[in-house]
Design a binder for this molecule. Structure first.
Ligand code: ADP
Ligand code: MG
Length: 288
């Protein structure tokens, strides 16, 4: 049977907008000394804005945005939403003949026998499309049409206001390591990690790379030390499942992440991770 005190802990957490799916997760939380965050949508707002468009190979910037919007029209990724917002074309798109979202890479879509690629360098490399590397402050989305590089779109995201205090609260609780894993490229990742003064950052990770990195971090812990992973995306579901404590952002988070999670933060505030650990520790004191 579950000691009554645990219900108090779960209830107290829920009043703070933290959904704990079982008493055992409160227990695991008390031992957390490593917290690993996803970047986009977790530490950053995941609200991107297009800040620049560069065109190549006889395409105009308008073309680049139009093709990008065609590819992104069916995606729920924050990057896709920013491109749709910038395009602002009210004309509804005809159904894509083929559509594929490649986690951690981008989109492949086919319209009227035009194959459109919108994604990162990894995706263009995979597709063997020659391109010119774009250097800018933010996340770069490369666009190609029928194998020809059309240009790139720069989009910028912001660190959540709450992320700064979230990290300092974890440090005050004695959490030893705060790490960030991201599918985004080095420049965008390094900027966030240096501003938040994180202990380590790993970028350009595909979902399976995130899992491998998480397992390495877990292998370095003693039995008593637990690791929590906090994420929001479909690509985070496997790591959320694998972590000792899997935490999902419940507001803008994907259904897959929320389902995989042990704990859901309803208002997407990363500071709630420290609140949850604090509640878990108090609960344990009452139960024991
Ligand atoms: P994070 O791990 O930081 O939450 P994701 O794994 O969701 O980021 O995405 C990693 C990278 O994959 C993005 O930075 C982007 O380069 C590319 N990407 C993913 N989805 C899309 C998309 N819909 N359109 C363009 N690029 C995308
Ligand atoms: Mg994310």
């Amino acid at each position: 049977s579950i000691p009554l005190g645990y219900f108090g802990g779960i209830g107290g957490a829920s009043k703070r907008g933290i959904l704990v799916k079982g008493a055992n997760f409160l227990d695991a939380l008390t031992g957390v000394n490593t917290v690993v965050f996803d970047k986009t949508g977790t530490l950053t707002r995941g609200v991107f804005h297009v800040t620049d468009i560069k065109a190549q190979n006889n395409f105009s910037p308008e073309d680049v945005l139009k093709y990008a919007a065609k590819a992104e029209a069916n995606s729920y990724h924050p990057i896709a939403r920013s491109i749709m917002e910038a395009y602002d074309g009210n004309s509804p798109y005809e159904q894509a003949e083929a559509y594929e979202e490649i986690a951690g890479c981008g989109i492949k879509a086919k319209y009227k026998s035009q194959l459109i690629i919108a994604g990162n360098e990894k995706l263009l490399d995979l597709e063997n499309i020659p391109y010119e590397r774009c250097v800018a402050e933010g996340t770069i989305v490369y666009i190609a049409v029928n194998g020809l590089f059309a240009g790139c779109i720069t989009i910028a995201d912001e660190i959540k206001e709450d992320s700064f205090s979230a990290i300092s609260k974890l440090r005050k609780l004695g959490v030893k390591q705060v790490v960030m894993l991201t599918g985004d490229d080095e420049t965008a990742a390094a900027d966030v990690s240096s501003r938040l003064e994180l202990d380590a950052v790993y970028s350009r990770l595909l979902p399976q790379d995130k899992l491998a990195r998480l397992e390495k971090l877990m292998a370095n812990l003693s039995i008593k030390e637990k690791l929590a992973f906090v994420g929001d995306g479909i690509n985070d579901a496997p790591v959320i499942t694998r972590a000792d404590v899997g935490i999902a952002m419940g507001g803008l988070g994907s259904d897959a992440a929320i389902e995989a999670a042990d704990i859901v933060i309803m208002d997407d505030q990363p500071g709630k991770v420290a609140v949850a650990i604090d509640i878990a520790r108090h609960t344990k004191k009452i139960v024991l």
